[in-house]
Write a protein that binds this ligand. Structure first.
Ligand SMILES: NC(=O)c1ccc[n+]([C@@H]2O[C@H](COP(=O)([O-])OP(=O)(O)OC[C@H]3O[C@@H](n4cnc5c(N)ncnc54)[C@H](OP(=O)(O)O)[C@@H]3O)[C@@H](O)[C@H]2O)c1
Length: 277
C-alpha cells in the first residue's frame, strides 16, 4: 500500500477553462487552494495555462512549489483531439514518456505529486495496451518523477485489475460520483480496503436531485450554508476527496470552507435517503 504524500483536502480542477485557465487558477490559489488537477489533454484542459498561473503565483510570492500538490494525467489517443502531446505512431510506453515530459514543461516542474491514467482504453476490463501504459507510468514513479500514481474513470473490476500484480499500485482513484450509485459505493469500498484515496468529481453536477432538493436547501439555510456546501461536506464525511472547478471566487471560498463542516445526524439522514442503495 502506498500512502499518498501530502494528501490535499480539496482539489481545484482545471477542465473546460480554455483561455480563462490562467486567471481562474490564479484566483483559486489566492483563495487558498493548494492542490491542482489538470491533464495533458488539450481537448478539455489547457495545461500550459495552469503552468502560466503557477509561474505567476511563484513570482508574486503567493505560493511555493513545495506547498502545492500538482496532479496531471496521461490521456490515450481515444480521449484526445488532434492537439496531441505525443507521437500518435509511437508505442504506448513512449507516448506516456512524451506526454509526461510535456506536462513537466507545461507546469514548470521537475516532479509531479500524482500522475493519473485518464481512463482505460476499453469500456470493460483492461487490456494489453492499458497494462503497457501502466508499466510506463510505474517506471516514472520508480524513478521518483512522480510521487504516486492514480487511475480515473474505472469501475471496481478495472481498479482491481490495475492493482493486481502492480509494482506500483494506484494511490488515487478519480471518478465521477453519482448519488444514485451510492456515491460510487463499490469503488469506494475497494479503495478503503486498499488504502486508496478516492477523488470525486461532478459531485454537484451529477447529482442535481440532491443539491436541488428542498430538504437539503432547508438544512443548509438553517446553518447559513448553501446546498452546494452541505453536499461537499456530506461527501467529505464519506471519505471522498472532492474536486471543484468553480469559476466563481465566492464559490471558491465557500467550497474550501465546506470541507471542515461535520454533518449533523438530521442532515446525514436526508443525504442517506437521497442516495441510491
Ligand atoms: N478524470 C476525468 O475524466 C474528469 C472528468 C471531469 C472532471 N474532472 C476534474 O474534476 C474537476 C471538477 O469538475 P466537475 O465535473 O466536478 O465540475 P465543475 O467544473 O467543478 O463544475 C461544478 C459546477 O458547480 C458549480 N459550483 C461549484 N461550487 C459551487 C458552489 N459553492 N455553489 C454553487 N455552485 C457551485 C459551478 O458553477 P460556478 O463556476 O458558477 O461556481 C459549476 O457549474 C474538473 O475541472 C477536472 O479537473 C475529471
Amino acid at each position: 500500500m502506498t500512502t499518498p504524500p501530502r494528501v490535499p483536502v480539496m482539489i481545484y480542477g482545471t477542465a473546460w477553462k480554455e483561455q480563462e485557465t490562467e486567471r481562474l487558477v490564479g484566483l483559486a490559489l489566492a483563495a487558498g487552494f493548494r492542490a491542482i488537477d489538470t491533464a495533458n489533454q488539450r481537448r478539455h484542459y489547457f495545461e500550459a495555462g495552469v503552468g502560466a498561473a503557477l509561474a505567476r503565483a511563484y513570482r508574486d510570492g503567493v505560493v511555493k512549489r513545495e506547498d502545492l500538490f500538482l496532479q496531471t494525467k496521461f490521456t490515450d489517443l481515444g480521449g484526445q483531439d488532434q492537439r496531441l502531446p505525443y507521437d500518435p505512431d509511437a508505442d504506448p510506453a513512449t507516448q506516456v514518456r512524451q506526454s509526461f515530459a510535456s506536462s513537466l514543461e507545461h507546469l514548470g516542474t521537475t516532479t509531479l505529486d500524482s500522475y493519473v491514467l485518464h481512463g482505460p482504453t476499453q469500456r470493460y476490463g483492461i487490456g494489453e495496451k492499458d497494462r503497457a501504459i501502466w508499466r510506463a507510468m510505474e517506471e516514472l514513479a520508480q524513478a521518483g518523477k512522480t510521487r504516486v500514481l492514480g487511475v480515473s474513470n474505472v469501475d471496481r473490476l478495472q481498479l482491481e485489475a490495475f492493482c493486481q500484480g502492480a509494482a506500483v499500485p494506484p494511490s488515487f482513484v478519480q471518478n465521477r460520483c453519482f448519488a444514485r450509485a451510492g456515491w460510487d459505493r463499490d469503488v469506494r469500498a475497494f479503495c478503503r480496503e486498499r488504502g486508496i484515496v478516492y477523488q470525486g468529481f461532478s459531485l454537484l453536477t451529477a447529482n442535481p436531485h440532491v443539491v436541488g432538493h428542498p430538504e437539503v436547501a432547508r438544512l443548509a439555510a438553517a446553518r447559513k450554508l448553501t446546498p452546494a456546501q452541505l453536499t461537499f461536506a456530506w461527501t467529505v464525511g464519506l471519505g471522498i476527496l472532492p474536486l471543484t472547478g468553480t469559476t466563481d471566487p465566492t464559490h471558491m471560498s465557500q467550497d474550501l470552507a465546506a470541507i471542515a463542516l461535520p454533518l449533523r445526524p438530521e442532515e446525514t439522514a436526508v443525504f442517506e435517503a437521497l442516495s441510491g442503495r
